[in-house]
Design a protein around this ligand. Structure first.
Ligand code: HEM
Ligand code: HEM
Length: 182
């Protein structure tokens, strides 16, 4: 039997760094929009934390995309049927699309207001202007993409659990620190 090939250590670190931060960022986003507007400050404070994490996360995501662009994914075990390979590929591509659209729409939405973005307390240069329509459009994109992202992640984790508990084919171990090469 041939051994399952793993992702490299760099790919594994980037996967889990971005994955855990994305899950935290989604949880924070969904929670912060339920914070009441009064007393003033609390909601805005958490929005600023979300924006600061989101911008930092965008840097990790760019790093991950560049790294992925330069490296192929290791081949799946021969036992994985074609439809599952196609589904996994589509799921991964769409996850990457969401990883780009989420920070971009968040940043654009926050740029088309009269308030500057505070990045961990530091005012970022304000190139945008107060444009309620563009802000609303960006917010809609952020919200719709968040919903799609959550569904894709749920599917992704369900597939991982199936490979781990039902198929037991070593696919989940590929994204962990065993026999890493780089
Ligand atoms: C991967 C990065 C990000 C993820 C996963 C994420 C996720 C979310 C989620 C789940 C919500 C609640 C649903 C919604 O109202 O849309 C939300 C809201 C929000 N996010 Fe993000 N976000 C990210 C990046 C950012 C960035 C970079 C900014 C701004 C610099 C930002 C600004 C906002 C704002 C202002 C809201 C409140 C709703 C609105 O006005 O659109 N987000 N985010
Ligand atoms: C508990 C949560 C998670 C588990 C158990 C998990 C597990 C895995 C596994 C086993 C693979 C390798 C699949 C293969 O061999 O083809 C993988 C790949 C991948 N995961 Fe996750 N994952 C999790 C969370 C996430 C999250 C939150 C994201 C989105 C930010 C994500 C994005 C990806 C992407 C894009 C790939 C494809 C890697 C590539 O080939 O470039 N994962 N994941």
């Amino acid at each position: 039997m041939t051994e399952t090939q793993n992702y490299t250590r760099t790919a594994v670190i980037l996967h889990w760094l971005v994955g855990v931060c994305v899950l935290a960022q989604i949880t924070l986003g969904l929670w912060m929009i339920t914070i009441p507007k009064a007393p003033p400050g609390v909601r805005a404070g958490w929005f600023n934390v979300h924006k600061s994490i989101g911008i930092t996360l965008a840097a990790f995501i760019i790093l991950r995309l560049l790294w992925r662009w330069a490296h192929r994914a290791p081949p799946l075990p021969a036992s994985v049927p074609p439809w599952e390979r196609a589904a996994a590929r589509a799921n991964h591509i769409l996850l990457y699309v969401c990883m780009i659209v989420m920070p971009l729409s968040g940043y654009l939405g926050s740029s088309f207001t009269k308030y500057p973005i505070l990045y961990w307390g530091i005012k970022l240069p304000q190139w945008g202007w107060d444009a309620p329509d563009l802000k609303e459009l960006s917010s809609q994109v952020h919200w719709i993409t968040a919903t799609i992202f959550i569904a894709l992640i749920a599917l992704h984790v369900a597939a991982a659990i199936k490979h781990w508990l039902v198929d037991r084919d070593g696919v989940v171990r590929r994204m962990w620190f065993t026999r890493a090469t780089e």
